[in-house]
Design a binder for this molecule. Structure first.
Ligand code: SAM
Length: 672
């Protein structure tokens, strides 16, 4: 891994612009000069091949100790590339800052310090993202599995998800898991270009200036991403670059005649001046001692004021070719240099937004152990008195306390079930009796019935009559799922004890229980408990928040379509009306989204069709959340209560899952 290089000790004091004008760095700063320093050109160990005399810019140099860092042909190339510079007796190597503008990350990670504003804080002992990111990037590749047994707010999982690593994380604290779950679910990540994808292959070709790979791509994340890279130009890579000789020779064909003509132009004028003044050695304003010929390196960058003006075009032409040669050589150096991958800088597809892949939160009950008998047979301990299971009873008591304060919510506020009393009940599965008042508008019923009869009711058409109803309460396990047989047994118990309705409260119901909503005369209401109840000890029991929510059965029609296909239409959900004790059908407006598994295998629900309802401007919310533009036309096909037609499945079963605005879901399986 590399980080950006800083010139902390200010060694890169010199600078040069594109047209080879030199400055010291401070002067050149404002004009984007390339900064450089003079570095050692000698090495401690010198052999016969690296110990030789170099004539450079009219001076002779010999390595004082050891030898040069390259052999004769390498040294020639460095001269041609304008990479050597002599001061006094020392010949130095000209190293540009951007030859390698990075440094390898070392063991001092000062750059991962958390600043007050960097990461949003979820947890009091939260680890900084940058520290975990560095560990993951150093130790793993995309597709690897990362394990963090002390999850906390889930920083490891969050970072692993961002970098395409799989993850498992564990914590003993329910608070930590609840925070981590919410953090990962709500995260929004960049989409990195996969090396094993068409887009990735094209990006790679663009960077390396080659033809895109013709390999078929499979989107395998283990092939990694397409990463940014930085050139790593070294003295060795220049010394070994034979293309420099070719470029130099090519330009020499133009530069040498230009140099000769410039010399004769300047020399001729000089000659004339000499004639006039009669004394050639006294040529005071000339920057040169009188000599017949200026070498390439002696031709000044700026046109000297005392040179004959006729020589100016030649001087310009010479420098334009000279600069062109330098650019061609530098480009060759850049292209032939090695480069380093920046594994923390993959290229992004900015048009795509990514959210976390699917994950599950699982837990073990620390209180439940399998009991084994004398012959190794499993014993059913669920019916035994739970004297020693104090904690489990605490859980039920805590749930009942919250249920009493919060009541049971449904899609509409007026359908809320508010208990007037909630008292323990000594059943096997029914653990409490809840009483609530059923209100019915008797006036309306009577008015409808009267039909020209008595006018008594005109003054008071609606009279509220209340009667008390009794609900049997069943509370599911703290960790685990309620299954259909549990519900059947609880409903039977409720019926036997003369209750009016069974209200089950659980974190999860298995798929089969979703179709079970009545046993004889007893409606079975399944209230989903909010995950916040997992940390109820840490919450105030205020009765606020939707802690117990009933989400009714979806009311669904299967419609025959052309070509023996079918379509699914959601009409709404069934709602238990606590005022009448009946189940009525409600509109689809409470539904946030619904999915179809058009080929349900009875084990897992696979989303094959997804539809999003929702009134108002549904994309506005989506747009804000994803910070992205939504294609309205594509969206419109998903914003529907009727599915696209599809073939009947071979399994003969489809499953429809409906989710409300609170995130509660119900699933229904249909034979088609
Ligand atoms: C310092 S925090 C981890 C912080 C985390 N890296 C983050 O970024 O939020 C340590 C976590 O380890 C959990 N923990 C402590 N003992 C544990 C154990 N024996 N098994 C699993 N988790 C444990 C604590 O509940 C706490 O959430």
């Amino acid at each position: 891994m590399y980080k950006a290089k800083e010139d902390e000790s200010g060694q890169y004091r010199w600078a040069q612009d594109e047209a080879m004008r030199m400055k010291n760095y401070e002067e050149g700063l404002s004009r984007n000069f390339r900064r450089f320093r003079y570095d050692q050109f000698t090495s401690q160990t010198g052999g016969a091949s690296t110990t030789f005399e170099i004539k450079h810019h009219g001076k002779r140099f010999f390595p004082s100790k050891g030898g040069w860092k390259t052999n004769t042909s390498g040294a020639f190339r460095l001269v041609k590339a304008d990479r050597l510079y002599g001061v006094g007796k020392t010949l130095s190597y000209k190293r540009f800052f951007d030859d390698f503008a990075s440094v390898a990350v070392d063991s001092l990670w000062t750059d991962t310090r958390i600043s007050g504003f960097s990461d949003p804080k979820f947890y009091v002992v939260q680890t900084g993202v940058s520290v975990i990111q560095r560990c993951i990037l150093m130790a793993t590749d995309p597709g690897d599995l990362v394990l963090d047994p002390t999850c906390g707010s889930g920083t490891t999982a969050y970072v692993a998800e961002q970098w395409g690593r799989r993850w498992i994380t564990i914590d003993t604290s329910r608070v930590a898991l609840a925070l981590a779950r919410a953090r990962i679910m709500g995260a929004r990540y960049s989409y990195y270009l996969l090396a094993d994808s068409r887009d990735g292959q094209e990006k790679e070709a663009e960077i390396t200036r080659t033809v895109p790979s013709s390999q078929p791509s499979r989107g395998d994340i283990r092939q990694g991403f397409v990463y940014e890279r930085v050139p790593h130009i070294t003295l060795k890579s220049i010394a070994n670059n034979s293309e420099i000789d070719v470029i130099w020779e090519k330009f020499q064909e133009k530069l040498e005649p230009l140099r000769l003509r410039l010399n004769s132009e300047v020399g001729r004028v000089k000659g004339e001046m000499k004639d006039k003044e009669g004394q050639s050695t006294k040529f005071p304003s000339s920057p040169f001692p009188l000599q017949t010929s200026l070498a390439e390196w002696e031709i000044p960058r700026e046109f000297p004021s005392n040179w004959p003006i006729e020589a100016k075009p030649l001087h310009e032409q010479f420098w334009s070719e000279r600069v062109a040669r330098q650019k061609a050589i530098d480009a060759s150096i850049g292209a032939k240099a090695e480069f380093e991958y920046l594994y923390d800088k993959p290229y992004e597809d900015r048009k795509k937004v990514r959210v976390a892949g699917p994950f599950t939160v699982e837990s073990l009950s620390p209180h439940r152990v399998l009991a084994v008998g004398a012959d190794d047979e499993l014993l059913d301990t669920t019916m035994e008195p739970k004297g020693s299971y104090g904690e489990e009873r605490d859980f039920t008591a805590m749930i009942l306390e919250n249920l009493k304060t919060a009541g049971v919510q449904q899609a509409h506020k007026e359908d809320k079930i508010t208990f007037t009393s909630l008292t323990p009940w000594p059943g096997d599965l029914v653990c409490a009796e809840g009483r609530y008042e059923e209100k019915s508008e008797v006036g309306r019923v009577k008015s409808e019935k009267k039909e020209g009869g008595s006018a008594d009711f005109h003054s008071s058409p609606f009279t509220l009559q209340t009667s008390e109803k009794r609900a049997a309460i069943f509370v599911g396990p703290e960790f685990g799922t309620v299954s259909r047989p549990d519900l059947v047994q609880a409903a039977r118990e409720a019926g036997d004890a003369g209750f009016d309705v069974l209200i089950a409260c659980a974190f999860n119901y298995d798929a089969h229980s979703s179709e079970f909503d009545k046993l004889g005369r007893i409606p079975v209401l399944k209230a989903r408990m909010n995950a916040d109840l997992h940390m109820a000890d840490d919450l105030k029991n205020t009765g606020k928040g939707n802690l117990f929510v009933i989400f009714g059965e979806p009311d669904i029609d299967i419609i025959k379509a052309a070509d023996d296909q079918i379509q699914v239409k959601v009409n709404g959900v069934d709602v238990f009306d606590p005022n009448s004790g009946e189940v009525r059908s409600d509109s689809a407006e409470g539904i946030a989204c619904w999915f179809i598994d058009t080929d349900y295998n009875e084990e897992s629900f696979f989303v094959r069709h997804a539809y999003f309802l929702g009134s108002g401007d549904p994309y506005k919310a989506l747009k804000t959340t994803l910070k992205a533009e939504i294609n309205e036309e594509a969206w419109a096909t998903l914003n529907s209560d009727t599915s696209r037609p599809f073939d009947k499945p071979e399994t003969g079963r489809i499953a429809v899952k409906v989710i409300n605005h609170l995130g509660d879901e119900v699933m229904k399986v249909f034979r088609v």
